[in-house]
Write a protein that binds this ligand. Structure first.
Ligand code: AMP
Length: 220
């Protein structure tokens, strides 16, 4: 299976789709957001810097994220294919990633863009909660995505939390950052002829079916 880059506005269903793909095709799900949140838990100077960027809806530095990612994709579990969720997020990161892939003799694979209307995404943000332990995402405004027991993770029993950057005010900042930084990235990959657009405004299953269709057509 080719490696996959998932690109989408916050709350378009990127994390949920990455999980579904990871289970169905046995590929590693690499979420740079989750990696950064793990670093925050360490309470280090680096963690404090990351926290302040994330809480304000801003990106962390390209240098930091590229270094983290370079290490991660060389780990053993990535050999059979991986899904990137949250990286690259701008053209600079994409260029740096191309260089890393050349060095490692790997292929970029396919780029899947999940499109969503800003208002639909903003309304999803309000109901989004997640598990700080196993990272499973839930949504209290979508019946199919609710946890079985209110506030408790179905997978591991941990208490579900609301991410601090999932507040509506921060969401607007995150969405604006996404448009400014990520739109040129989409154009970059369209120019490479490896980008595929998916409509993410319906259910997670509908998004997933569209993605699987793209994968079937483009994996030889
Ligand atoms: P996510 O979980 O993908 O929504 O990411 C949460 C936050 O982590 C983002 O709003 C950024 O502040 C930061 N972040 C995640 N991935 C990257 C990246 N590739 N480059 C810069 N910042 C990132």
């Amino acid at each position: 299976m080719k490696n996959i880059i998932l690109i989408a506005a916050p709350a378009a269903g990127k994390g949920t789709e990455a999980d579904l793909l990871s289970k169905e095709f046995n590929m590693v799900h690499i979420s740079t957001g989750d990696m950064l949140r793990e670093e925050i838990k360490k309470n280090s100077d680096l963690g404090n810097y990351i926290k302040s960027q994330i809480d304000n809806g801003l990106f962390v530095s390209d240098e930091l994220i590229i270094e983290m990612l370079k290490k991660r994709i060389q780990e053993e579990d990535c050999k059979t294919g991986y899904i990137l969720d949250g990286f690259p997020r701008n053209v600079e990161q994409a260029r740096a990633y191309q260089k890393i892939l050349e060095e490692l003799n790997k292929d970029v694979g396919l780029v899947i863009i999940i499109d969503i209307d800003k208002n639909i995404a903003a309304s999803r943000i309000e109901g989004r909660i997640s598990c700080p332990n196993c990272k499973q995402i839930y949504n209290t405004s979508t019946p199919l995505m609710m946890p079985k027991v209110d506030g408790i993770c179905d997978n591991c029993g941990s208490k579900l939390i609301k991410r601090p950057d999932d507040r509506k005010e921060v969401y607007i900042e995150r969405y604006n950052t996404y448009i400014k930084e990520t739109q040129p990235l989409i154009e970059f990959y369209e120019g490479e002829g490896i980008a595929y657009h998916i409509d993410g405004s319906h259910s997670p299953l509908d998004t997933h079916n569209q993605v699987v269709e793209v994968l079937r057509k483009n994996n030889d």
